[in-house]
Design a protein around this ligand. Structure first.
Ligand SMILES: C[S@@+](CC[C@H](N)C(=O)[O-])C[C@H]1O[C@@H](n2cnc3c(N)ncnc32)[C@H](O)[C@@H]1O
Length: 278
């Protein structure tokens, strides 16, 4: 039984971190005019109303997009412009999920395959995607479902894996699935999001991924407080397999800027590093 609902967390600091990297990678891949497949293994509801009971419960977006809303965006201007386009009245009322950002940035010849196992979320996703022939919604397990889609017909693809880490088995599934995907499509770009709640658990999962032998992996983390158990999620992490070559220098500008604005009581920090080289 899945209880996680992304609506509680939409627009929080981890969403900002994940989505600014997603926008950067999609922009880069769209520089080439060849069709692209975007696969979201854990898609969520698509787009979120910040006035909903979910979002209002803890108002997590206040500590994320809310803190940036009045800013000119500095090195994050492009991401902020994307989020603003979902809020045409200048007031922050809606936050786009990863499917909404991808759908906005992709072209007519691209396709989006969205996995979402939770019934209500997948229904919301279907309603949101209705009429867009580029989008396929699959209400099934994204870990097993994505493997057979690779390599994509155009041999150009971006896969976002953004599990809720609700189940202990998610860590093993992440490693097993990315290894299988990479064996079938070694040149694809893969984004894996992970939370830092318990640093030793995080590092164990990353070590298992490195042990698969996959090369060219970058790691980008945004912390709002120092690591420490019992404080909930203190940092948001992203692994990028086959990162665009511009990503590292962009993130070296973006993440310190974000850490300064989103850190709790001045405790923000960031990390950009190569986890596995060529
Ligand atoms: C963190 S949220 C996704 C957020 C979304 N990617 C975004 O950035 O807007 C994770 C989602 O995965 C769904 N989920 C959990 N296990 C799944 C599985 N095995 N396959 C597909 N979806 C799953 C949950 O219902 C939840 O909606």
């Amino acid at each position: 039984m899945l209880s996680y609902r992304h609506g509680f967390h939409a627009g929080n600091f981890a969403d900002v971190h994940k989505h600014c990297v997603l926008v950067e990678v999609l922009d880069y891949l769209k520089r080439k005019a060849k069709p692209l497949s975007y696969i979201d293994t854990h898609a969520g509801g698509g787009s979120y109303d910040l006035a909903s009971d979910f979002a209002q419960k803890k108002r997590e977006y206040d500590g994320g997009i809310g803190r940036l809303w009045a800013d000119d965006g500095g090195p994050l201007a492009r991401y902020l412009a994307c989020v603003r386009s979902f809020n045409p009245d200048a007031e922050l009322t809606h936050y786009p999920g990863s499917p909404a950002l991808a759908r906005m940035l992709l072209g007519d010849d691209d396709r989006l395959i969205l996995f979402e196992r939770h019934r209500n979320e997948s229904l919301a996703l279907r309603a949101w995607a209705e009429g867009d022939r580029r989008v396929t919604v699959r209400e099934e397990d994204g870990f097993t479902g994505c493997i057979g889609l690779l390599p994509p017909p155009s041999r150009r693809g971006l896969l976002l894996m953004d599990p809720a880490y609700e189940l202990k088995s998610d860590d093993d599934d992440v490693v097993r699935t990315l290894a299988a995907c990479h064996r079938r499509f070694g040149t694809g770009v893969y984004l894996l999001w992970y939370p830092v709640v318990d640093r030793s658990r995080t590092e164990a999962m990353l070590a298992a991924l490195v042990a698969t032998g996959i090369r060219r992996i970058d790691r980008y983390e945004l912390g709002v407080a120092p690591d420490g158990e019992g404080f909930g999620m203190t940092a948001s992490g992203l692994l990028v397999i086959n990162p665009p070559f511009t990503l590292r220098s962009t993130m070296e500008q973006v993440l310190p800027w974000l850490a300064q604005r989103l850190g709790r009581e001045g405790q923000g920090w960031s990390r950009c590093e190569t986890l596995v080289s060529e």
